[in-house]
Design a protein around this ligand. Structure first.
Ligand code: C5P
Length: 232
């Protein structure tokens, strides 16, 4: 599995997304389509970007009863996306249902990645609102192990957690890592940030990069800088 840079296309319209991607005349970058763009434009945006030759991580974070997730995953896999995700909190039964649903008649399927605990959830909220008193990093690793046990391909995590995830779930278990910033860049609302080069050293398999590329004066140069630092 090759390391790659995934651009988070956090736009809310097809026009804005295509105007941004039109700047890339050479290699078509791997892109992430999240809820904002998908709910605004529907499956058509996925088909449009596929036709243009992009690999797609469809970041919809499914979480429902196993049967519903299985059927929803079957529909998403027909869009020919390359990576999809779900919440590990949905249990192993839900993750197994997802894998079953996402597998195409020819046996191929997109990579299926789990979200463990959202980084927006603090230890206090976990304990007080969700009644989960376990230290949050222990919960994260336990959810990752559940995902591996269910047969998933990897998790979304911070680059600093990539080593621990690989140790617990195996070197082949993928780590998809956001929170990436250039050494000389703005942090924005990300708290713990890592450069693409550090993410490589820490063992990330894919980095997800949004604003450092989408808001750059020269997005193509910023993307190429990420690729150079991360892939080499
Ligand atoms: O603009 P930025 O590089 O911060 O974008 C990072 C992308 O990764 C966004 O799409 C964000 O929603 C996503 N993400 C994240 N942190 C997580 C999970 C996903 O930043 N823990």
């Amino acid at each position: 599995m090759g390391k790659d840079v995934i651009i988070a296309c956090d736009f809310n319209s097809k026009e804005e997304t295509l105007a941004f991607l039109d700047k890339f005349s050479g290699k078509k970058p791997y892109v992430k389509i999240g809820m904002e763009l998908f709910y605004a434009e529907g499956p058509a945006i996925v088909r449009a970007l596929k036709e243009r030759g992009h690999q797609i991580f469809l970041d919809l974070k499914l979480h429902d009863i196993p049967n519903t997730v299985k059927k929803a995953m079957a529909v998403l896999s027909r869009l020919d996306v390359d990576m999809v995700n779900l919440h590990a909190a949905g249990t192993r039964a839900m993750m197994e249902g997802a894998l079953e649903g996402v597998t195409r008649p020819d046996g191929s399927r997109p990579l299926v990645i789990a979200v463990t605990q959202l980084t927006s959830t603090s230890q206090e909220r976990m304990a007080e609102e969700l009644l989960i008193p376990t230290p949050i990093d222990e919960t994260v690793m336990h959810y990752a192990a559940n995902a591996a046990q269910a047969g998933l391909d990897g998790v979304v995590c911070a680059p600093l957690e990539a080593g621990k995830v690989h140790q617990r779930c195996g070197e082949g278990f993928l780590t998809i890592t956001p929170g990436i910033r250039f050494a000389d860049g703005e942090k924005g609302d990300q708290v713990r940030v890592t450069t693409p080069a550090q993410a490589k050293e820490l063992g990330s398999d894919y980095i997800v990069v949004g604003r450092p590329i989408t808001q750059a004066a020269d997005p193509v140069a910023a993307y190429q800088r990420c690729v150079k630092e991360f892939v080499g």
